[in-house]
Ligand binder design. Structure first.
Ligand SMILES: Cc1ncc(COP(=O)(O)O)c(C=O)c1O
Length: 347
């Protein structure tokens, strides 16, 4: 058995690289609440440039970034349209309502893009009689819809419709660089199809802390006020931003390795047809396994995998998620694939 733990629960488990630790130690800092942190300035300028937006803002977490964006785009009592399985609705503890005062209108579709006819029906409602639709949210890659990358034409369709009604589109792009890798495009091709984007430095890009919100200059100004309200305005945060700069300059180009490793894992597990693993649907770094046909709950599968030093995530009563990442090498993933295949044969 391998003599270390292979952690495939999430790409958030990645540790900062040596280059990040070095950059953090040497970071030039100042009080960012006075606008005096040069490393924060560098990161925000770099992030804005990377995603082709006028301005960007550093936030401690993706959840705060999404919430700041909601607050900046909307007024209490408005509708925001989003997918029923999206992170903002599913995992963010009701911030959309409790902090932004928004009524989420949740819709369902296999790829997580709200159906256009349904969206348009809401956009056509008389604003004198009904709440105003002030935002449409997308997620790319879409976590709970299999880590899939939403194709550009699907994003175009939403953006065009929203623009016709003067409604902005916000992208939860926690893993937008994985989406760009999967679609084989520069990330600006994706972010150019939305008005604002939140993306995480702390997932596949390995930074220990932090996410970015990017968009038009006046939107970012509003988002800064929202960040302050949420308690996210920080002081010498350049020490964290230094790792974010390494994440953006050195880590986004390697995400194809995680994609290739996820494909490899999916191919190995697809020999068990009943588990529902389809390599052709593995666009990025996530593999989902249905443990129901094995007659065991996901938690038992995870316990058994851990006995072989493999950590997987219990994603639902009978759903296991595995996420390939920088800290699990090709060799580690090969070990995991072979070991899980042997394990599944014992059930
Ligand atoms: C799609 C998506 N959006 C937003 C977030 C929130 O990021 P954070 O954990 O930094 O708050 C996550 C976290 O896993 C995510 O997967």
């Amino acid at each position: 058995m391998i003599d270390k733990i292979i952690d495939l629960r999430s790409d958030t488990v990645t540790k900062p690289t040596d280059r990040m630790r070095e950059a953090m130690m040497n970071a030039e800092v100042g009080d960012d609440c006075y606008g005096e942190d040069p490393t924060i300035h560098r990161l925000e300028a770099l992030a804005a440039e990377k995603v082709g937006k006028a301005a960007a803002m550093y936030v401690p977490t993706g959840t705060m970034g999404n919430t700041a964006a909601l607050l900046a785009h909307t007024r209490a009592g408005d509708y925001a349209i989003m997918d029923a399985e999206c992170h903002i609705y599913y995992y963010e503890h009701g911030n959309v309502s409790s902090l932004a005062g928004i009524m989420p209108v949740v819709m369902n579709s296999p790829d997580g893009v709200p159906p256009l006819e349904e969206v348009e029906a809401y956009l056509q409602r008389d604003p004198a009689k009904f709440p105003r639709v002030s935002l449409i949210c997308l997620e790319n890659t879409h976590n709970r819809r299999g880590g899939r990358a939403i194709p550009l034409d699907r994003m175009d369709a939403v953006h065009e419709l929203a623009a016709r009604y003067g409604v902005p589109v916000h992208l939860d792009g926690a893993r937008v660089f994985n989406a760009a890798d999967a679609l084989g495009v520069d990330v600006r091709e994706i972010t150019g199809r939305v008005d604002s984007v939140m993306f995480c430095l702390s997932k596949g890009l390995c930074a220990p802390v932090g996410s970015m919100v990017a968009g038009a200059a006046d939107f970012i100004q509003e988002a800064r006020r929202a960040r302050k309200r949420l308690g996210g305005a920080m002081r010498q945060s350049g020490v964290l931003a230094a790792a974010g700069i390494v994440a953006l300059t050195e880590m986004s180009d390697r995400l194809g390795e995680d994609r290739a490793n996820a494909k490899l894992l999916a191919k190995a597990l697809s020999q068990f047809d009943e588990l529902g693993v389809r390599p052709e649907t593995v666009d990025t770094n996530m593999v989902f396994v249905n443990t129901e046909p094995l007659g065991i709950p996901a938690a038992d599968f995870a316990d058994r995998a851990l006995q072989h030093n493999i950590k997987v995530s219990v994603y639902g009563p009978t759903t296991v998620r595995m996420v390939t990442n920088h800290d699990a090498s090709r060799e580690d993933v090969l070990y995991a694939a072979e070991t899980l295949v042997d394990l599944i044969k014992t059930f």
